[in-house]
Design a protein. Structure first.
Length: 231
């Protein structure tokens, strides 16, 4: 059985599974393999996200490749992904990006109401500004968190469609985030994995640079008008 993993819609690798007994692969095996591929995709994305951390990303990518090339690791992935998940947990614990898994909570009509944090990596608190989040709901931590965040993650949980976006969270101090989210596990689990980076400093720097450029253009234009008046 083969499942590719993708980044930005492009195949960047594949995960193969071989059996050594008579049992055929079933739908549960396929879903577990797809979960593993999602983790591989997120790991690959993390390894490529920052040029300043290239050496660290390359080490993480090598770890991922070693895991995929190991037949022993792949067999364990199908029998129960715990061993492989430990490898990826080690990877995500080492990256600078925040990573968390949430459980989406819906009302009777299927509308997303909230989400509960199930797990997070060490960088989560620094990147999000949230503390002691595990086991708590987002509305309890940030009651004014905007509705569109719940709608986006709810859509991922319902449809299984991963998403990449940049947006601002006013309830989290106005921070800007670069986010990649994908469904983890079976649809009924309603779990969403989120890989994100606080890009507020970069965003503010870009805005300041643009304002300065606009001011310079305006100054040069007004200077030109004054010189024309003296001619």
């Amino acid at each position: 059985m083969k499942v590719p993993f993708r980044v930005e819609g492009k195949d960047v690798g594949a995960i193969w599974a071989l059996r050594h007994d008579a049992r055929q692969f079933d739908a549960e095996d396929l879903r577990e393999l797809q979960d593993f591929a999602h983790l591989a995709s997120a790991a690959y994305r993390a390894t490529q996200s920052r040029a300043l951390a290239l050496s660290r990303r390359m080490a993480a990518l090598n770890l991922m490749e070693d895991a995929l090339q190991s037949q022993h690791a792949m067999e364990k992935a199908y029998l129960g992904l715990r061993s492989s998940e430990e490898r990826y947990r080690s990877l995500f614990n080492s990256i600078d990006e925040g990573f968390c898994v949430v459980e989406m909570l819906f009302d009777r009509d299927g509308n997303p109401l909230d989400y509960r944090f199930l797990e997070a990596n060490p960088a989560f608190e620094k990147q999000s500004g949230l503390h002691d989040a595990i086991g708590k709901c987002m509305r309890a931590l940030a009651p004014r968190h905007e509705a569109h965040w719940f709608e986006r993650y709810g859509h991922v949980a319902r449809t299984g469609e991963s998403t990449r976006f940049v947006d601002q969270a006013q309830a989290l101090g106005g921070r800007w985030f670069d986010v990649y989210a994908f469904r983890l596990g079976a649809p009924e689990s309603r779990r969403v994995a989120i890989l994100f980076t606080d890009i507020s400093v970069r965003r503010h720097l870009a805005e300041t640079t643009q304002e300065q450029a606009n001011s310079l253009v305006d100054l040069n234009r007004r200077k030109g008008f004054k010189e024309g008046d003296h001619k």
